[in-house]
Write a protein that binds this ligand. Structure first.
Ligand code: PPS
Length: 567
């Protein structure tokens, strides 16, 4: 039969209909905590029993036991902290015994929480023990040490409203609802497959083999909570899963989205996924190498050794009553047209492999993906989501001193793009922006940052919708420019062009007379005179207009974009 949940009982925190009106009334007089996107994911997992037997944001004793020995205070296996973090200031208004209202970003009441603990955790220790590192290049550690509040709040919850999702509602069933479905389908043995990738050939081979070995049906559990910005968006992934579903034997494949926030904690995270699968009624779990193991951004080396997660799962599978189906690295034999585990490849036989991350990167760069790596229908969906550069939007971001020639070059470039005519073009020149978007802003550091981030936001929307944005602010601060780059690169190309005309030349031209005014002290805080300009260290392109006409500069940029495949 279908496996009972971890701890024997599915948690359900949703309050009885009869309690709801009272809770809403009570909440009006309570302090409130607004949940972040990530906290909302955890909240959902707790409320619907996905994290059974955990029934609340962890108390201090649970937290300490989980960090130290991967167990709740009650003794049940639980590998990762699930805590409600709040800022210092917030923590001062909260105390044990108090009730608080939990709300979503729009102010909707989610639950009334009864606080039992407020404490300051040792987050460095948590990072070292849970993630095995305090290196903030690890996305989970970065979140923990750089983004989380300094205090944790533990306590039980009475849930008024589950988080509201606007997409794929039929595919977001709770463990109880999925178990109900098994009864309808007469499923008795189910294996779980947790993934944040589309199902390519490799994943298909793994799952179908596991189904054969375990003589079981498959529950595919894609994580659709907060994922890596580099991952394929979940709308695209859902379209891929739906299409690949047809390749499995009829009525043997079930898709259910899990809005779970990934921590990328490697082995410990894999163990949590095993527990989640168990709660969804699985008696088996498929695990491949590199489960939830992010690559280090500096050298691409994974944070966790290949089979550590597998070993940890095997150690605890018995206690959880689960069968773990381990797949070591699987590779493709071009000659035989077959997938096999790498340790079964005969000496001297040629093999190839292409992880999902590489498939995506190749597509974004406009390179082909070989037939054996994925399915045509998956490729079709991915092509729509990750078009080659020639069909992506992009931003050309000029930066440089006042009078360096940014606007002149930007205007020529604008007109060239209109001549080419393949994409809509928007010019976000400093003056245009200061007039239309940022008229209330001054030239303080703070206001310049707001100004440049606004430009970045508009450019990112344009880039997302496959247009061209040309921006030409001074943008004197490197960190702010880097933020803008991060936002835009998630959607398309970003090219920083440093118009590096030296200040002497800018001042000599002084077309608007601004430098003269600044030198005379009539304008204070003028960039380059008595305000900083942090020149880009490695811009995509550097242009010095002392020995180049604006036309030549625009031409150089067009050639550069052509070389990158964008035009
Ligand atoms: S920033 O720093 O990116 O927000 O600046 P930006 O929006 O591009 O605005 C620069 C133009 O504003 C005029 N101006 C000043 N520039 C620098 N510092 C001070 N204090 C200042 N006050 C006014 C200046 O003419 C810039 O125009 P450009 O077109 O760059 O010459």
């Amino acid at each position: 039969g279908i496996a009972p949940p971890h701890g024997g009982r599915l948690i359900n925190l949703v309050a009885d209909e009869s309690r709801v009106a009272g809770l809403k009334e009570q909440a009006l007089n309570l302090e409130e905590i607004v949940l972040s996107g990530r906290q909302l994911c955890d909240f959902d997992m707790l409320a619907t029993g996905v994290f059974s037997p955990l029934s609340r944001f962890m108390t201090r004793t649970d937290y300490e036991a989980v960090v130290a020995q991967m167990r709740l205070a009650s003794g049940e296996l639980f590998p990762l902290p699930v805590c409600l973090d709040v800022s210092n200031e917030r923590a001062r208004t909260l105390a044990p015994g108090q009730a608080v209202a939990l709300r979503d970003q729009e102010g909707l009441l989610l639950a009334v929480m009864h606080i039992t603990d407020v404490w300051q955790p040792d987050r460095e220790h948590e990072a070292r023990t849970v993630y095995g590192t305090t290196d903030c290049a690890h996305p989970g550690v970065h979140h923990l040490l750089r983004c989380c509040g300094e205090y944790y709040v533990g306590g039980t919850m009475e849930v008024v409203q589950l988080p509201i999702y606007l997409d794929s509602r039929q595919l977001r069933k709770s463990p109880a609802e999925v178990r109900e479905l098994y009864r309808k389908l007469s499923w008795h043995r189910v294996i779980g497959f947790h993934t944040r990738q589309p199902v390519h050939r490799l994943q298909f081979e793994m799952t179908i083999r596991a189904m054969r070995t375990a003589r079981a049906n498959l529950l595919c559990l894609p994580s659709v909570g907060t994922i890596d910005p580099d991952d394929v968006d979940h709308y695209t992934r859902v379209r891929c899963y739906k299409r690949v579903a047809e390749r499995y034997p009829p009525d043997s494949f079930l898709l259910n989205l899990v809005p779970m926030a990934m921590r990328m904690a490697g082995p410990r995270e894999a163990l949590l996924h095993l527990i989640v699968a168990r709660n969804f009624g699985c008696s088996g779990f498929i695990i491949g190498p590199d489960h939830a193991s992010p690559p280090h951004p500096d050298n691409g080396v994974a944070f966790y050794e290949k089979d550590r997660a597998c070993r940890l799962l095997e150690t605890h599978a018995g206690e959880l009553g689960m069968e773990v189906i381990v797949f070591n690295e699987i590779v493709y034999l071009p000659f035989e047209d077959e997938f096999v585990p790498v340790d079964q490849v005969a000496d001297g036989t040629q093999y190839v492999s292409m992880p999902g991350s590489l498939i995506r990167r190749r597509m974004r760069a406009g390179k082909t993906v070989p037939d054996w790596a994925t399915f045509p229908e998956v490729l079709e969906e991915l092509e729509r989501a990750c078009p080659p550069p020639a069909r992506q939007g992009f931003t050309v971001f000029f930066t440089g001193l006042s009078g360096a020639g940014k606007s002149t070059i930007a205007r020529i470039l604008y007109s060239r793009f209109l001549e080419i005519g393949t994409r809509p073009v928007t010019l976000l020149d400093g003056d245009i922006v200061r007039h239309n978007l940022s008229s209330e802003l001054t030239f303080s550091k703070e206001h310049r940052d707001i100004n440049v981030k606004r430009i970045g936001f508009v450019a990112s929307e344009i880039t997302k919708n496959r247009g061209v944005a040309i921006c030409a602010p001074i943008a004197p601060y490197a960190a702010t420019r880097a933020d803008v780059r991060r936002v835009i690169e998630a959607y398309g190309g970003f090219f920083e062009v440093h118009v590096a005309t030296p200040i002497e030349e800018c001042e000599k031209r002084d077309r608007k007379g601004m430098y003269a005014k600044a030198r005379a002290g009539k304008i204070k805080g003028f960039t380059g005179v008595d305000d900083p300009y942090q020149a880009p260290v490695c811009p995509d392109l550097k242009i010095d207009t002392t020995d180049m006409t604006p036309d030549e500069a625009a031409q150089a940029i067009l050639l550069f974009l052509g070389e990158k495949g964008y035009i």
